[in-house]
Design a protein around this ligand. Structure first.
Ligand SMILES: *Cc1c(COP(=O)(O)O)cnc(C)c1O
Length: 385
């Protein structure tokens, strides 16, 4: 063995921990990325503010999970010494019944985030381009970068747009598709704008997309939708095998901490994803919790009704105070201040009200505020200057 202790040091050598920097060794895709910014150290803030904190930064469901899910998770815990079912067969069967789709059209993920990344890893190369909207969900550019593919970021609709300010411009997105495009990512409704497009607009869009371009529609908030004319991209799937729908248990089902989501796609898409999917990507407690949550229709209905009522109430109260919100079909509001939002964000933060600044999206004049419990929302209103 070499005697490392007596080797002369060289700058930048791995033998010198002072100058060693693995960032220089990161592959091209990773070199272009930054680590996730959680906004704030929430565990530290909980310790500081206790129950006085209003956590309105992560679009979590303030009603919490279904008691059916909690019971199923407790029952699953003693089995955690075993590996989970790598196929997630029982949950897939339940989802298939729930949605009226065949089981071989379902893939399960460690959150839908994992599936969005996996799609790019399995289908896009550096020779391909990937198309998404300017203010589309933050994971879309990351997935593109992971695959080393070329991002095509399509300008959003203008702030003045009547129904979808800052929303997806489907005409421009269709026009941006090139011969080398392999994937299009859409979010409907979208995070962080809260905006949406209707079934008919999507139908018209998909009809314009060649079959060798996969269209991914991220429906993380679909259970909250209460507007006419928007159901799900799923209703077009039988006619368009290149259409992929992603869903999650993190939002309306209130299981964000479990990390479980799913996608619905042509069986051949699912089969390709299965080649790269980590065999045990969804843990046994999450599988059990999600399956039980699906059976609790009342709980989901209450979440939807509470969200619609509370979102309307909060948007009205904010408007009365001079804070304009974009239209939303989600469980959050994008507040547009018309001036830099950093000062207001800090003001709220100092009063234990956590909201999400949007500078990272290029929307520095806005704040994303989740619809919390009535007590949390009231705390927000009380903390406003
Ligand atoms: C929250 C969210 C998700 C869900 O991510 P998970 O990994 O399933 O928790 C997906 N897409 C959008 C647009 C979201 O806002």
């Amino acid at each position: 063995m070499r005697n490392l202790a007596h080797k002369p040091e060289r700058a930048g050598s791995p033998d010198n921990p002072e100058t060693f920097d693995a960032a220089k060794l990161a592959n091209a895709a990773t070199a272009a990325l930054r680590a996730y910014d959680p906004g704030h150290d929430l565990p530290a803030l909980r310790a500081r503010f206790g129950a006085q904190i209003a956590e309105l930064g992560s679009n979590e469901n303030p009603l919490g999970p279904s008691p059916f899910a909690l019971d199923a998770m407790r029952a699953a815990l003693p089995e955690s010494f075993r590996y989970p079912d790598p196929r997630g067969a029982s949950l897939k069967a339940a989802l298939a019944r729930h949605l009226g789709v065949a089981e071989d059209r379902i893939a399960l993920g460690n959150g839908s985030h994992e599936l969005l990344i996996l799609l790019a890893q399995c289908f896009a190369d550096p020779a391909h381009s990937v198309v998404f909207s300017q203010y589309g969900f933050a994971v879309f550019p990351i997935a593109t970068a992971v695959a080393g593919a070329q991002p095509i970021r399509v300008p959003a609709l203008p702030r003045e747009h009547a129904s979808a300010p800052f929303g997806h411009d489907l005409d421009a997105i269709a026009a941006a598709i090139r011969a080398d495009t392999r994937l299009v990512y859409l979010a409907n409704p979208n995070n962080p704008t809260g905006t949406w497009f209707g079934d008919i607009e999507l139908e018209r869009f998909v009809a314009r997309v060649p079959e060798n371009v996969l269209v991914v529609v991220d429906e993380a908030y679909c259970e909250y939708v209460d507007v006419a004319g928007l159901t799900s991209a799923l209703r077009l799937a039988h006619r368009h095998p290149n259409l992929i729908v992603t869903r999650t248990f993190s939002k309306a089902y209130a299981l964000a901490g479990l990390r479980i989501g799913y996608l619905l796609a042509h069986p051949s898409v699912v089969a390709v994803l299965e080649r790269l999917r980590e065999s045990f990507n969804v843990n046994n407690v999450a599988l059990a919790g999600a399956e039980a949550a699906l059976t609790d229709h009342g709980h989901l209905d209450r979440a939807r009704e509470f969200n619609t009522g509370e979102r309307t109430w909060l948007a009205d109260a904010l408007a009365k105070r001079g804070y304009a919100c974009l239209p939303s079909q989600t469980n959050f509001l994008l507040v547009d201040l018309g001036r830099d939002a950093a000062e207001l964000e800090r003001h709220l933060f100092e009063r234990g009200v956590i909201v999400r600044p949007m500078g990272g999206y290029g929307l520095a004049q806005t704040l994303r505020i989740s619809v919390g419990s009535r007590a949390e929302n009231q705390r927000l209103l009380d903390a406003l200057p």
